[in-house]
Design a binder for this molecule. Structure first.
Ligand SMILES: Cc1cc2nc3c(=O)[nH]c(=O)nc-3n(C[C@H](O)[C@H](O)[C@H](O)COP(=O)(O)O)c2cc1C
Length: 196
């Protein structure tokens, strides 16, 4: 299967993972897909207490949605996407706006106190469009800030919260200078979550 063609490459690819619960409720969250290029193997590390982890434990499947839409990433990070974003492929939710999606079967290979590691095997793939795009620092800053925001909402450490607020200032400046409309809108959503 042409995983590379669908946009997943060496290192860690940041995507939106969609899953469903045993009862069929869809969920979306930004997640990093780990590619071991030498061995052509794919992995995902899921932290405990996420809906994504409990869904993967229930169904042994996930869909990887490739997109560079800053707003989609942020909405999936701070809450969940509404039903209109999803359609079903073989019973699994995928994102309508994805540039491509790949459905993987998951096998649990390692557990530790904070996270579970799964190996992924592709079973279906669709490429909706191929885009040529230059690097935008505003988009990169939104993704970094989204990671910080997911940390901000779970940490109770006052010092860590202050450090995140300080780093968010730095990313604010980059988004203002380099971002387009989508990046600015996405950052606005994040900012609400990280200013107490
Ligand atoms: C860019 C990005 C990458 C992320 N990668 C991971 C990851 O690889 N594993 C993970 O467990 N959480 C990751 N997260 C955090 C989850 O998206 C976050 O905990 C989310 O709230 C989980 O949502 P859920 O409960 O709906 O599954 C990432 C967040 C961002 C913004």
């Amino acid at each position: 299967m042409h995983i590379k063609e669908a946009g997943i490459g060496e290192g860690i690819s940041e995507v939106i993972v969609t899953t469903r619960s045993a009862s069929g409720e869809p969920n979306a969250a930004p997640i990093g897909i780990i590619t071991n290029e030498d061995e052509n193997k794919y992995f995902v590390k899921l932290y405990k207490n996420s809906k994504t982890l409990s869904n993967v434990m229930e169904t042994n499947k996930l869909a990887v949605n490739v997109t560079d839409d800053a707003v989609l990433f942020v909405k999936a990070a701070v809450g969940n996407l509404n039903e209109a974003h999803f359609s079903l492929f073989a019973g699994l939710p995928v994102l309508n706006e994805a540039n491509s999606w790949i459905i993987f079967e998951s096998a649990l290979i390692k557990k530790n106190s904070e996270s579970f590691l799964f190996q992924l095997t592709p079973i279906a793939l669709k490429i909706n469009r191929k885009e040529v795009k230059a690097i935008n620092r505003g988009l990169n800053a939104v993704i970094e800030a989204a990671i910080l925001a997911t940390r901000y909402v779970i940490t109770v450490d006052k010092r860590e919260k202050e450090e995140i607020e300080r780093m968010m200032e730095h990313y604010t400046n980059i988004v203002k200078k380099c971002g387009g409309r989508r990046e600015k809108e996405a950052f606005g959503i994040l900012h609400e979550k990280t200013s107490s």
